[in-house]
Unconditional design. Sequence first.
Length: 420
Amino acid sequence: MHDLLVVGAGPYGLSIASHAAAAGLDLRVLGRPMASWRDHMPPGMFLKSEPWASNLSDPGGRLRLDAYCAEQGVRAGHGEPIPVGTFASYGVWFARHGVPGVDERTVARIAAVPGGFEAVTEDGEVLRARTVALAVGVLPFTEIPAALRGLGPAYVSHSSHHGDLGRFRGRDVTVVGGGQAALETAALLAEQGTRVRVVARAGRLRWNDVPPPWERPWTQSLRAPHSGLGCGWRNWFYAERPGLFRRLPAATRARVAATALGPAGAWWVRDRVESAVEVLLGHEVAAAYGEGGAVRLETVSRAGEAAVLDTEHVIAATGFRAGCERLGLLADDLRGGLRTVADGSPHVGRDFESSVPGLFMAGLVTASGFGPAMRFVHGASFTAGTLVRGVRRRLRTGARGGLIPAPARRSPDALDTAGR
């Protein structure tokens, strides 16, 4: 039986695995390295985060993005966006140098068994481990507006479903959303000859500013320090102190997780959108009908004014919702045994352990506990070291497979008070 099974090989899974290997744990890692970045983002996309804020985490800090870029002869300077393809290749390089023996099979099911957990791979092999770190990324949590859910995949898709937008060349596409994914997808579509429009609920589009220089007068740095989530003390707190963020009242954490760093486009995509993309602001899709290769969208404005538009396909760039019910690879009793917080995501303790002893969580599903950094690569560094310390603590005290009997369960607030 392994000490730790890491499920997922994206930035969080690989970072956790690197720290676990360095700690001497008997480790197994399953998942295709950087699969969502390699297979679900079209060519031409760039990282929104700064290169220095996009490192995967190894204990020695040697396998940074800038080290990979230097090896490849690619610049990784402040204020210079990195192509998503370069970042995906960096993750594969990180896996090769920092994580022993990644098994590229996917996990179909995880169940609790005496002494730990049992994972069944896609081809039926059964693996057992005392602890599990679930780092499944964002793809299980894609969110499509209710009005669009009745349409089939021929008519509607999520922005994360596309590793290639070429199928839409010469067609008419409507992108729903007002954030970076919507705006960059729309720009790429327009640049390949697609007739494209953006429909957004917001009354105006928000654009991030060009980042200030890395080296600047100390007075400017004092007023608005750089951080992995942008300039400013609030962003610095979210990015650099997730452990302190977790100590905030639960209601405050929930509000910040839901509203901080809201939809906005990167500065470098603004001209590409404003010069080529039709934008319908202040409108929400109220109903949608697909027939004969076309989609009719009925929208309503904030003032209650209705409008109708026809298109051939809708791309919903409407984000992700990390509810426990979407963790379909967990056995029913295991998933049902997870405590949840207000937004339906799993409650996690100070070391990312869920309410099921030995089952740890990483990435987007922990944003309500540890803050907005967990929605970005930058959060992987804090997560990896903290989670592996928690795994080692659990192994010392004895990982218990199975679920906590109902009478023994405490509320999330009680767990917070207890410091878990």
